[in-house]
Unconditional design. Structure first.
Length: 290
């Protein structure tokens, strides 16, 4: 197999067309923005040899969303990925969990949004119908057992999503080839990616999404082919907005009986239970018989 083609990002960013596009996006900050992107490229041996067009497009996506690209800040990243089909290295745009929080806050619809690791002793009870109960007075000890995201809208609506560490890892292995192979950001920054996962899934399913948030959801972990036309290529994973699903919770006997009582009282409908939970065959038959 031939060696991957090497590129020069510095020469690419010096092109008049590229300079004009950056001025359009970030105005007088264009030179400083280009310098910061090139610093990121030069600090990563794979990005140095990545297709400069994909680096530029990832940078433009960050600029469009008005998010800084700085690995130490955690808002947005440019991540190299080997495209084996075309035998070249390309750059993905990747949103950090702080970027999701920033975009949510910017929408003006959230009064509170956060994500945090959960440690042994902090998770008190799990009730898929009524929510989770945590004791945050318990100090972190050892490795996290899971991760939780929470938001409250200004109209009072609240939602949360908890995933165990095992569920997060299962999700990562399903949607990311690099996670499955044990390298890349899932290996190097597992906690940040886990927090991003619960936050992203929660927002995609429960929250009102601004235009910027919708664009960010689609662009995340994609090779940006065209920023203006929203053309994205998902090489590392098969995730799309329609596929964003947290693992369906199960119901033990007591929880299932409580759900049937609510069904009989017309507080919920059959679809809520049938579509929202991973039921056993017996539970599914019982619900359908109501």
């Amino acid at each position: 197999m031939n060696a991957p083609i090497k590129h020069n990002a510095k020469d690419f960013f010096a092109k008049p067309m590229v300079q004009e596009k950056l001025k359009e996006l970030v105005g007088k900050n264009a030179p400083a923005f280009a310098t910061s992107v090139l610093q990121i490229v030069n600090s990563n041996s794979m990005l140095v040899n990545a297709d400069p067009q994909t680096i530029f497009s990832a940078a433009c996506m960050a600029a469009t969303l008005n998010l800084p690209i700085n690995n130490n800040l955690g808002f947005a990243y440019i991540v190299p990925f080997k495209n084996n089909k075309e035998n070249k290295i390309e750059a993905q745009f990747q949103l950090g969990y702080k970027g999701y929080i920033q975009l949510a806050q910017r929408s003006g619809q959230f009064s509170r949004i956060a994500a945090t690791p959960v440690y042994n002793g902090q998770l008190i009870s799990e009730n898929p119908l009524l929510g989770y109960e945590f004791d945050w007075s318990v100090k972190p000890n050892g490795e996290p057992i899971g991760y939780v995201a929470f938001f409250k809208l200004i109209n009072g609506f609240t939602a949360e999503l908890y995933m165990s560490k095992e569920e997060v890892m299962k999700h990562a292995n399903k949607y990311s080839q690099t996670a499955k192979r044990g390298f890349g950001v899932w290996k190097d920054q597992f906690e940040a990616m886990a927090l991003k996962t619960v936050l992203k899934l929660l927002l995609s399913k429960q929250a009102p999404l601004s235009i910027d948030m919708q664009k960010a959801q689609m662009a995340d972990q994609a090779i940006i082919r065209d920023v203006d036309k929203d053309e994205f290529d998902y090489i590392d994973h098969q995730e799309s907005i329609a596929d964003l699903e947290a693992p369906k919770p199960t119901l033990n006997d007591d929880e299932f009986n409580a759900a049937l009582e609510q069904l009989n009282a017309n507080a919920i409908d059959k679809a809520y239970i049938l579509d929202g939970y991973a039921l056993t065959d017996a539970q599914r038959v019982a619900v359908e018989a109501q």
